[in-house]
Design a protein around this ligand. Structure first.
Ligand code: NAD
Length: 289
C-alpha cells in the first residue's frame, strides 16, 4: 500500500516511521521536520500522488484544510484521506465534503496516547466517516495504534476527542483544587490519594495521572511536570470544545471555566511547556478571592 504522510512532527514522525517499519511504501512531507529514514517529497501534493492512503498529522484546522485541498487533487478515485490532527468539528466536516467531491473517502481520526503512544504504536483513534473506508485502511490503523473506534459520521471522531478532553481538563482541575484545599486543611497527600482513588471522587486524573509528586503511580508530576500532555495542548482542545459548543448551542459552563483557567495558566502564569497537571503547584500559590 502506498502512503503519503503529511506532517512529520512530534506525533507524525514516529507514526510514519512505524508504517515504514511495517513495510508500507511511505513518502512524507514536512517543511521543517525530516525524520531519519523517511523518504521526503517537496510538497504535500507530490507525497499524495497515486497514494492509496494519505495521512495528515498537522497543527490546526486551517492548515489541515489547505493541505487537504492540495492532496485531494492528486489522490486516486476511491483512495482514503485520514486526518489524525486534532481540529474543529466543522473543518473536519468541510474536509469530508471536499473529499467526496474529489471521489476520495475521508476519515477524521484524532488520537489519544501522546508522543509515547505514537512511538510505541499504541495510539487510540477516534474515527468519523464511512465505516467501509475504515475497513479499507484498518491495516494502517493497526500499525499506528492499538485501537480504532468508529464514532459515526464525518466529524464525530473530532467530537469524541474534544468531549473526552473537556472531561479530562475539568477532572484534572477538580483533582488539583482538591489537593490544594487538602494541603491547606492539613490533610496528608498520600491519605488523600488512598481515600479518593478508591472512592467516588476517583478519576483517570487521580488514579492514573496523579498531579501530586510522589503519590500514586509515576506521572509527569514525578518528573518536574515535563509533559506528558502539555498544558498548551489542553488549552487548544478546550478552545475547540468551546468553539463546538458555541456552534451547537450547548451549555458547557465547566468547560468554559476550564478554558479560562488553562488560558490564564499558559499565557500568564508559566504554564507554557509544562504538563497540564502542573496547574496544581500554580493553584497552591493562589489565595481565595
Ligand atoms: P508538531 O507541531 O510537532 O507537528 C506538526 C508538524 O506539521 C510540524 O512538523 C510542522 O512543520 C508540520 N506542518 C505544518 N504545516 C505543514 C504543511 N503545510 N505541510 C506539511 N507539514 C506541515 O505537533 P504534534 O505534537 O505532532 O501534533 C500534531 C497534531 O496531533 C496536533 O493537531 C495535536 O493537537 C495533535 N495531538 C498531539 C498530541 C501530543 O501529545 N503531541 C497528542 C494528541 C494529539
Amino acid at each position: 500500500m502506498k502512503i503519503g504522510f503529511i506532517g512529520l512532527g512530534n506525533m507524525g514522525g514516529p507514526m510514519a516511521a512505524n508504517l515504514l517499519k511495517a513495510g508500507f511504501d511511505v513518502t512524507g512531507c514536512d517543511p521543517v521536520s525530516k525524520p531519519d529514514g523517511v523518504p521526503i517529497a517537496q510538497t504535500p501534493a507530490q507525497a499524495a500522488k497515486g497514494a492509496d492512503v494519505v495521512v495528515m498529522m498537522l497543527p490546526n484546522g486551517k492548515t489541515a484544510q489547505a493541505v487537504a485541498s492540495d492532496v485531494l487533487a492528486e489522490m486516486p478515485f476511491g483512495s482514503v484521506l485520514i486526518d489524525c490532527s486534532t481540529i474543529d468539528v466543522s473543518t473536519a466536516r468541510k474536509i469530508a465534503e471536499l473529499a467526496t467531491d474529489a471521489g476520495v473517502h475521508a476519515l477524521d481520526a484524532p488520537v489519544s496516547g501522546g508522543v509515547g503512544g505514537a512511538a510505541a504504536g499504541t495510539l487510540t483513534f477516534m474515527v468519523g466517516g464511512c465505516p467501509k473506508a475504515l475497513d479499507q485502511v484498518r491495516s494502517v490503523f493497526d500499525v499506528m495504534g492499538s485501537k480504532a473506534v468508529h464514532c459515526g459520521a464525518a466529524g464525530n471522531g473530532q467530537a469524541a476527542k474534544i468531549c473526552n478532553n473537556m472531561i479530562l481538563g475539568i477532572t484534572m482541575l477538580g483533582t488539583c483544587e482538591a489537593f490544594a484545599l487538602a494541603d491547606k486543611l492539613g490533610l496528608d497527600r498520600q491519605a488523600m490519594y488512598d481515600v479518593v482513588s478508591t472512592s467516588s471522587g476517583s478519576s483517570w486524573s487521580m488514579n492514573t495521572y496523579c498531579p501530586a509528586p510522589g503519590v500514586g503511580p509515576t506521572s509527569p508530576a514525578d518528573n518536574g511536570y515535563q509533559p506528558g500532555f502539555a498544558a498548551d495542548l489542553m488549552l487548544k482542545d478546550l478552545g475547540l470544545s468551546q468553539d463546538a459548543a458555541t456552534d451547537a448551542d450547548a451549555h458547557t459552563p465547566m468547560g468554559e471555566l476550564a478554558l479560562t483557567l488553562y488560558q490564564s495558566f499558559v499565557e500568564n502564569n508559566g504554564g507554557a511547556g509544562q504538563d497540564f497537571s502542573a496547574i496544581l503547584p500554580w493553584l497552591e500559590t493562589q489565595k481565595r478571592g
